[in-house]
Design a protein around this ligand. Sequence first.
Ligand code: DX5
Ligand code: ZN
Length: 224
Amino acid sequence: MIYVSPSLLAADFGDLRTELRRMIDADANYIHLDVMDGTFVPNISFGATVISCLRKRCGLIFDVHLMVKEPLRFVDDYLRAGADIITVHLEACKDVKKTIRYIRSKEVRVGLAISPETPVEKIIPYLPEIDMALVMTVHPGFGGQKFMPECVEKVRTIRRYAVSHDLDLDIEVDGGINEENTSIVTEAGANVIVAGSAIFKSKHPGHVIAKMRVNADLHPYKPE
Ligand code: DX5
Ligand code: ZN
C-alpha cells in the first residue's frame, strides 16, 4: 500500500481552502508542504504561519519538507504549527544526528532527505534513527521539473538496507512523479509518493491518485 502526498506547491495559493478540500475529496493520504528559505534552495515558498492556518482546515497528515539551512532553528515552529512528519535535508544540517534526534524526541515522525547530487552512502548510517528517507528525484527548489530516473537506484539501495536490517522505514520520492512513473519508484521500494503538478494541475485529482495506487499495486517492490 502506498501513501500519496500531494505537494501544495502546485496549488492555487489564492484559494488554499478549496485546494485542500479538493485533496481531501481526492482521497489523498498526506499533504506535502514544501518550506523553502531562499538560501538552501533558490526559491521562497511559505512558512509555519501559513501551515498553522491550514491545520485548522484539514485533518490530513501534514508532511512538512524543510528545504532550509540549519533546520534545527525552526523545528519548534513547525511542531507548533501542527506538522505530523518533519523532514530535513542532510545537506542542510550542521549536525544531522542532533537534528533528527531532536525531532524524534517530539510527537512527530522524522524524515531525512537527500538531493540528487548526494550519494546514497551518506544517508545509510542514519536509517536506523529515522522514520522516513526522502529521495529527491529533481533538484529541490521548484515544482514542475522533469523526473530524474538516475535517482531510482538510491531508493533500491535504501530499501535493500531497510529489509536486511529489519527497519520499519518509509521511503518517499519527490519530484516529477506522475501516474506513469509511479511504478518505477514503487518497484524500487518507495511507498510514499509526492506529486505536485500531476495532481493539482489535473481536473480530476482523484483519478490521478487512484491510478497511482493501481500502478503501485501492479508493480510492488520485489527483493532481488
Ligand atoms: C521540489 C519540491 C517538490 C515539488 C514537487 O523542491 O520538494 O515537493 O513540489 O512538484 P512536482 O511533482 O511538480 O515535481
Ligand atoms: Zn517536497
